[in-house]
Design a protein around this ligand. Structure first.
Ligand code: FAD
Ligand code: SF4
Length: 529
């Protein structure tokens, strides 16, 4: 007989009643300070499930699944070592095949639990599932805010108000003030909020790029890699080499090696791409931030400390902090503000299927081949590879947002819908019509040539503008502007580029249209490489 259930939105206060509590930890909530563990006491049970249905909601990269499994098992061990009771279902457990909610119901009945405590899940669909499930269970269900972020959903909603467009820069300034980060009283340190004019240099030869964080694969990780390979053989990507930190202690080492070895050059070479150098001077901490192994404020404070005490340059420190305090919090705010409609956005009415080379890397376009291959091998590509190579192509070739979103969700070890969707739908595809970004990030081959060495080894010639040998980005860029004239020409930030297009001769515009049509037809028929 089912009893009435309660959903309490708890703001973190310990429960004053004597209850036997089940605390559910989702696979991206691996933090001992996560809100659902607040008040953890003897008699409580912490539940963790390697849920097959979660791991296959999209066919996640094998390395990502191995990372989840290893990090979850290490996390469970660390809680047990502290004396807590952890009920852990590994993938081979009978109930792990199911979604986690039926299993929670079963445990609640079997063990006569009186309360289930969740931390808000990071994605909309899971939240909806929990909300509808709670109507059928016989216990108090408490949902606590996700304290892995610095801006709550309510705070973001208040900031967004009724603005028609949201701009990260203004949000970021508010966050700097609110958290007193890089501030001199109410003024930004260094006299300006943003030092990007000093950043974003092209790569130069002779750069020494430190090796990324790695560590010996321990027994738990080895087992996790084996499980990922055996259970998900048809998923994208390779498990080896496996180099991820899988505990909080290791993630802290990864953070501090970034601060010591890479931060100094982070700003200057933030947008640079070099063949066979996937890691550049980036931090590679998104996997840890998004699973709770690291917390945003400690990463921000570590960079700020390096500026104050170790001479780290302000352009690099501010640039790095802006990514976490600004972009990361901003895209999450937009996600919760705009879901569920955001997942349906397709402002430019893009229709094309995802080309096969996004999976195989088999293309003569060297930039795309490099980025797909590195994504396959590492479940990682840095921001400019995601934005200006893979994303730029998806935008100017008119790939459908559903296909592009699914791909990004699958292939990156840091990808969760809350962060992937706004970056894809808003940032790269302009599918939200400019709510997140003021103009599409479309670019010709000249940008990729300036910021990388990819063009040197390409079948295509980046200097050629037309014909079979021309870099496809060159004509697709102009064709994208032509195709989307009605939707984009009134955008003030596009007015210069549209006046350049208007000044082109009719012959040149026809050549662009012909080259693009030939290319896109081949792409659609799948006989393009
Ligand atoms: P760094 O360059 O060292 O930056 C530091 C941190 O800033 C990152 O770890 C990340 O937490 C944060 N950050 C930087 N830019 C963004 C951003 N635009 N949105 C959110 N956080 C940001 N990031 C994800 O964490 N998960 C994703 O699924 C994801 N998908 C993306 C898809 C596209 C199309 C694009 C353009 C970007 C995406 N990003 C995503 C943002 C960014 O590319 C990654 O966070 C970054 O590449 C991770 O590598 P890093 O830790 O070395 O980052
Ligand atoms: Fe990419 Fe064009 Fe350069 Fe080739 S020439 S690497 S396709 S930008």
């Amino acid at each position: 007989m089912l009893k009435r259930s309660f959903l309490l939105y708890d703001r973190g206060l310990n429960n004053e009643f004597d209850m036997t509590t089940l605390r559910y930890i989702h696979h991206d909530q691996l933090s001992e300070s996560i809100s659902c563990l607040d008040g953890l006491t003897s008699g409580d049970i912490v539940l963790m499930i390697e849920s097959r249905s979660e791991f296959t909601r999209v066919k996640h990269h094998k390395k990502k699944i191995a990372f989840w499994i290893s990090a979850m098992r290490h996390f469970a061990d660390s809680l047990r070592k502290k004396g807590h009771e952890v009920l852990y279902h590994s993938l081979d457990h009978a109930q792990s095949a199911d979604a986690f909610l039926p299993e929670i119901s079963r445990i609640v009945q079997d063990k006569n639990m009186s309360e289930v405590v969740f931390t808000e899940p990071s994605d909309y669909l899971t939240l909806q599932k929990i909300l509808s499930w709670k109507a059928d269970v016989s216990v108090t269900v408490t949902m606590r805010p996700d304290n892995r972020f610095l801006c709550s959903q309510d705070e973001f909603k208040t900031w967004a108000g009724s603005k028609k467009q949201l701009r990260m820069e203004f949000f970021y300034r508010e966050m700097r003030k609110r958290h007193a980060i890089l501030m001199d009283k109410d003024q930004p340190i260094g006299g300006q909020w943003n030092f990007d004019s000093e950043n974003r240099k092209p790569p130069k030869s002779g750069l020494t790029i430190p090796a990324p964080f790695s560590q010996p694969v321990d027994d738990i990780s080895e087992q996790a890699c084996r499980v990922a390979n055996a259970e998900f053989p048809d998923h994208f990507g390779s498990v080896a080499p496996f180099y991820f930190a899988v505990t909080r202690a290791q993630a802290l080492v990864a953070l501090s090696s970034f601060i010591k070895q890479r931060l100094e050059n982070f700003g200057h070479y933030q947008d640079a791409m070099i063949e066979n150098e996937p890691w550049m001077y980036h931090s590679h901490i998104s996997f840890y931030l998004n699973t709770g192994l690291l917390l945003p404020l400690e990463c921000i404070r570590a960079a700020e400390h390096a500026y104050e005490h170790s001479g780290a340059p302000l352009n690099a420190v501010e640039g790095f902090i802006r990514q976490i305090l600004g972009w990361r919090e901003f895209v999450r705010g937009i996600y919760w503000l705009k879901m569920p409609d955001y997942a349906e956005e397709n402002f430019l009415e893009a229709k094309r299927d995802l080309p096969a080379f996004y999976w195989t890397g088999a293309t003569k376009m060297n930039c795309l081949k490099q980025c797909v291959t590195e994504t396959h091998d590492h479940a990682y590509a840095h921001h400019i590879q995601r934005l200006m190579v893979l994303g730029n192509f998806a935008l100017i070739a008119g790939l459908h947002p559903d296909a592009v979103n699914e791909w990004y969700h699958i292939v990156y070890a840091d990808a969760y819908q809350w962060v992937e969707l706004p970056n894809v739908t808003g940032m790269i595809l302009f599918a939200d019509g400019g709510f997140l970004g003021s103009k599409p990030y479309a670019a010709s081959g000249a940008y990729i040539n300036k910021m990388s060495d990819y063009c040197k080894n390409c079948h295509y010639n980046v200097k050629d503008k037309e014909g079979e040998t021309a870099c496809p980005f060159n004509y697709l860029y102009w064709d994208f502007l032509e195709r989307n004239y009605d939707k984009l020409h009134k955008n003030q930030r596009m007015s210069m580029i549209y006046s350049t297009l208007r000044r082109m001769s009719p012959e040149k515009r026809k050549q662009i249209a012909d080259d693009s049509q030939r290319f896109l037809e081949q792409l659609s028929m799948g006989d393009f490489d």
